[in-house]
Ligand binder design. Structure first.
Ligand code: NAD
Length: 289
């Protein structure tokens, strides 16, 4: 397949590299980063998109996505699919899908879970909104870049799934960290705490797969000085998107709201910027009364 790939950062770079490795013809564009070996470098987003069967974007936010989409949609050939893998707000995803449809193009919102490790290993999970036809066109590429692609519904459904998943993640990480800090105060050994909770009803991905306590559970950023991993500021971005979506949809999400407030404080006024999002545990320890 002929693929245009726009946004070759921490995630987009390795995703594009996996498509090249699988034998696809990739033309890449990024304002800063060069495309991976084996891909052609385009001089603009429009040049990367021209003639492509599928154009993939992996960009920082919805405003940038909308600006890039305005440039690439007129350059794309009719019937091609614009597939955005960034995490953005639901409204931006739907606006891009509408503009693509008006130009006789398919569009998918296909954000990912799995982080930089999953992008390199080709083991991402894609959560996808858009038509059945567009999903079927891009599915072989999802299978190269990831281990699972779930078609969640119409335009925006992929971003909705991502935002809801990461709201649960933010809330459970905070709950796991504050529980460890309380357990410390109660004199409970951290390994015993892990052994009990990871096999009891308090278990979660945050405890079992990404334990925020160093030396306990499987290898995680806590064992590497809380170097990300998944940075606190990215968690904050996703929690803010969840609260923006909740407000627009008139949904009551008090725990998500509190998680967003705590990560705002952690990133903006404490020392959380540049730390993994599981560094909430040392934060709670420091703030203990
Ligand atoms: P990144 O900042 O490393 O990459 C973004 C890239 O977009 C940069 O290389 C930047 O130069 C490029 N860019 C910005 N504006 C551009 C433009 N107008 N034209 C072309 N290129 C442009 O970010 P990332 O970590 O790769 O994340 C990308 C997206 O994936 C984000 O939406 C993020 O929320 C999401 N995401 C990231 C992770 C993660 O662990 N890093 C996990 C899941 C989802």
């Amino acid at each position: 397949m002929k693929i245009g790939f726009i946004g070759l950062g921490n995630m987009g770079g390795p995703m594009a590299a996996n498509l090249v490795k699988a034998g696809h013809e990739v033309t890449g564009f990024d304002l800063v980063t060069a495309p991976p070996e084996g891909a052609t470098r385009a001089a603009s987003a429009a040049e990367a998109a021209a003639g492509a069967d599928v154009v993939i974007t992996m960009l920082p936010n919805g405003a940038i996505l909308q600006a890039v989409a305005a440039e690439v949609i007129p350059a794309m050939k009719p019937g091609a699919v614009l597939c955005d893998c960034s995490t953005v707000d639901v409204q931006s995803a739907r606006a891009v899908a509408d503009k693509a449809a008006a130009a006789d193009l398919g569009a998918l919102d296909a954000p990912v879970s799995g982080g930089i490790g999953g992008a390199s290993a080709g083991t991402l999970t894609f959560m996808v909104g858009g038509s059945e036809g567009s999903f079927a066109t891009v599915k072989p590429l999802f299978d190269i870049m990831g281990q699972k692609a779930v078609h969640c519904g119409e335009a925006g459904a992929g971003q909705a799934a991502k935002i809801c998943n990461n709201m649960i993640l933010g809330v459970t990480m905070i709950a796991t960290c504050e529980a460890f800090a309380l357990a410390d105060k109660l004199g409970l050994d951290r390994q015993k705490m892990f052994d009990v909770v990871s096999t009891s009803s308090g278990y979660s991905w945050s405890m079992n797969a990404y334990c925020p306590a160093p030396g306990v559970g499987p290898q995680s950023p806590a064992d590497n000085g809380y170097k990300p991993g998944f940075a606190a500021e990215l968690m904050l971005k996703d929690l803010r998107l969840s609260q923006q979506a909740a407000e627009a949809a008139d949904a009551d999400t008090p725990m998500g709201q509190l998680a967003a407030a705590l990560y705002t404080q952690f990133v903006e006024t404490e020392d959380g910027k540049g730390m993994d999002f599981s560094a909430m545990l040392p934060r709670f320890e420091k703030r203990s009364r």
